[in-house]
Design a protein around this ligand. Sequence first.
Ligand code: HPA
Length: 250
Amino acid sequence: MLAIIGGTGLTRLSTLAVAHREVVRTPYGEPSAALVFGQLNAQDAVFLARHGHGHTIPPHRVNYRANLWALKDRGATAVVAVASVGAICRCAPGDLVVPHQLIDYTSGREHTFFDGGDQQVVHVDFTQPYSTEFRARLLAAAKEANLAVVDGGVYGAVCGPRLETAAEIDRMERDGATLVGMTGMPEATLARELGLPYAAICVVVNHAAGRGDSAEEISMERIAKVLETAMDRVHILLKHVAPLAKGHQR
Ligand code: HPA
C-alpha cells in the first residue's frame, strides 16, 4: 500500500476516497495526525499530514519516528513524501523536483530506531538515500501525466523553523545542495531503517535566501501563491503514482 506524507500545503488529500481514519499509538509516541486510509485512483493508499491536520507542528517538533513506524505497522510498502523547499540553484519557484541525494544539516532530532539498549548495533546503508526504483516510478508517473518534473536534486535538510541567511545558502551551494527544506531528515533515514522504499516530490515555493527575488527577503505571500497552484500538479502526479506503486515491496 502506498503511503503519502503531506507537508506544508498538503494537510488533506482531496483526491483520496476516504474509507476510515485511525489514531495509531506507537512505542515512540503519537504520529502527527490520524492515518487516513482510502483509495487513490482505485488503489489502496494511506495519507499522513506531517504537520498535523491543522498545520500546527513545526518541522523540529514532528515525531518522525512515530510517523514512519505507524505507516509501516499499518501496511505501507512504499512512502512518497511531499515537501516544500527553497531553490538554491538549478530550479525555480513552481518546479516539482524528485531529488536523488541529500545532505543532513539537522541536529537534535530523534533520528534512528537503532538507539542502543538491548539491540545489536546496526548501520544502514544510505549511499542512495532515496529508493532508485521508486524514484523511477515517480518520474514515469510524471511522464504519463504529462507533467514537467525535474529529475534529480540535492536536498539540504535544515532544522528550521527560521529560514536561512544568505551566507548559509552560499555555503550549502558550495557543498552541492540545490534545494533546502526542513523535513527531509530524519524522515528518509527512518524509512530506510524500516526497509520502506522512500522518494520525495519537492515543491519549490521560493528562491532560497539571497537568491533571485529572495535577494533581500523571502516573501511569505509569494510562497502561499506558488504553493496553491503547484499543489494541483502534485495531486495529479500522486494519482498517477498510485497504480505504479501497487504491490511495491522494495
Ligand atoms: N528554506 C528552508 N525550508 C524551506 C524553504 C527555504 O527557503 N522554503 C520552503 N521550505
